[in-house]
Design a protein around this ligand. Structure first.
Ligand SMILES: Cc1cc2nc3c(=O)[nH]c(=O)nc-3n(C[C@H](O)[C@H](O)[C@H](O)COP(=O)(O)OP(=O)(O)OC[C@H]3O[C@@H](n4cnc5c(N)ncnc54)[C@H](O)[C@@H]3O)c2cc1C
Length: 411
């Protein structure tokens, strides 16, 4: 029987990074992924701020394109912010996960692709994990001291079939990888473009991210909840094609791939973080941000936090993972609750004009500051923008009042 210190199920950013870190410090690691290669489910648009590369020690080879411009288009307005310096990148999601899995192997770990977690039970000598090879249908049993649930929205271990599940908010995204002509690419190069508002994508947003020469990621995402005002929403395909035809307007294009995924998020972060010798990371514990759907960086951060608890457990310095949930909550809970209520306002309750106002609030801000709002959730920056907006409106109203009084009294 194969034995490991640690079996990580799911080779997404969370699982790959966790397995990589623990293999690097000498633990015997097995990383298990249900798909046979990483091209199969390359669902993520993978836009991220520049700091991600340094924070997780990622090489430029996992980058599709860098960006130094942000464009927000609503039904009635457009905002463009630009910086001289790169502010972030669009990762190649396939290459990112391949890189992490290769690092696991380079550090002595094993990676089983095309293999699926089926079940586990805790025994006196460790956890007996049943894994099925999807290609041969063969069942394999391994023993591990720790089991990591990194199965993302699936929560395959912590919410096993037949166990009660907490109510989850779901959002679905579909994305086309499109090859376009030079002119259409150059117009959208080096920019993250988001389209919001009822015309472009009610109950969510659509986007265009550059992925290297002549390749654009064009997608739309929707929160699967009832909108207070919009009653009819068309299929996601309609909004992606609308964006392609009315905004990107390429003279010539070819759709190379269509992919998509459903995110499942627990409001108030009520997921199961630990269960005996099993510990959950990444989207399994709702690390994805509900407002922007950004989750790669947070999934990898959760791996770094969990890694500390797992390493101490494997070294015999602790008997359980007590404290992990509290540490995760101390980092995420307050900001994520704020994102939950903002995203409900913007995507599920708001009138079309709400997002026009957001663009106006943000207009006087520098791109660097907007990055801090969108990616670091420093919402106080928006209130400063809001202050400037209100001040501009007030002073313009005052000016009109003074000119009205002057005209009335012919001063
Ligand atoms: C359309 C879309 C666009 C997005 N765009 C962005 C973006 O621009 N920037 C950003 O930062 N984030 C983005 N995200 C979110 C981000 O991709 C996720 O938050 C992130 O991938 C979470 O990482 P994870 O490792 O926790 O889970 P996942 O990436 O979901 O990885 C889980 C892995 O587990 C495997 N698995 C599941 N069940 C089993 C099983 N039983 N056995 C074996 N393996 C299993 C899956 O195949 C998968 O590979 C986007 C998400 C979607 C859906």
């Amino acid at each position: 029987m194969n034995t490991f210190d640690l079996v990580v199920i799911g080779a997404g950013p969370a699982g790959g990074h966790c397995a990589r870190l623990l293999a690097k410090i000498g633990h015997k690691v097995l990383l298990v992924e249900r798909y046979k290669d990483f091209n199969r489910n390359s669902f993520s648009s993978a836009g991220t701020p520049l700091a991600t590369l340094k924070q997780f020690n990622l090489p430029n080879e996992v980058v599709g394109s860098f960006w130094n411009r942000l464009v927000i288009v609503t039904s009635n307005k457009q905002g463009v912010w630009e910086s001289d310096a790169n502010q972030g990148c669009v990762l190649d999601f396939t290459k990112l996960r391949e890189f992490l899995a290769n690092e696991v192997k380079a550090n002595g770990g094993e990676v089983w692709m095309g293999s699926r977690y089926v079940d586990h039970c805790e025994q006196s000598n460790g956890i007996l994990v049943t894994i099925k090879n999807n290609l041969t249908n063969e069942s394999i049993k391994v023993v591990s001291r720790v089991l990591v649930d990194a199965t993302g929205a699936n929560r395959a271990i912590t919410c096993r079939k037949g166990k009660p599940r907490s109510k989850l908010t779901t959002g679905t995204g579909v994305e086309y990888l499109v090859r376009v002509n030079d002119e259409a690419y150059d117009r959208n190069a080096k920019a993250l473009t988001f389209l919001l508002g009822h015309k472009w994508m009610p109950k969510g947003y659509s986007w265009i991210f550059p992925m290297g020469k002549n390749h654009l990621k064009i997608g739309a995402g929707i929160w699967n909840e009832e909108h207070k005002l919009v009653k009819e929403v068309k299929p996601l395909k309609y909004y992606i094609e609308l964006l392609l035809k009315e905004y990107v307007k390429p003279d010539d294009y070819e759709i190379l791939d269509i992919h998509g995924e459903t995110l499942r998020y627990s409001r108030g972060l009520q997921d199961t973080y630990t269960q005996g010798k099993a510990i959950a990371i990444g989207d399994t514990v709702s690390t994805v941000n509900l407002l922007g759907g950004e989750g790669i960086r947070q999934a990898m951060s959760s791996s770094q936090i969990a890694t500390k608890y797992i390493d101490q457990f494997l070294k015999g310095d602790r008997l359980d993972f007590n404290g992990y949930r509290e540490e995760m909550h101390s980092i995420f809970l307050t900001k994520w609750k704020m994102s939950e209520s903002l995203s409900s306002r913007v995507y599920i309750e708001g009138a079309d004009t709400l997002v026009d106002k957001v663009v106006s609030y943000l207009k006087p801000m520098k791109l660097e500051d907007i990055v801090r709002v969108l990616f670091y959730y420093e919402f106080d920056k928006v209130s400063k923008g809001l202050g400037n907006y209100i001040w501009r409106k007030l002073t313009s109203k005052l000016r009109s009042l003074v000119s009205l009084i002057s005209n009335l009294f012919k001063i």
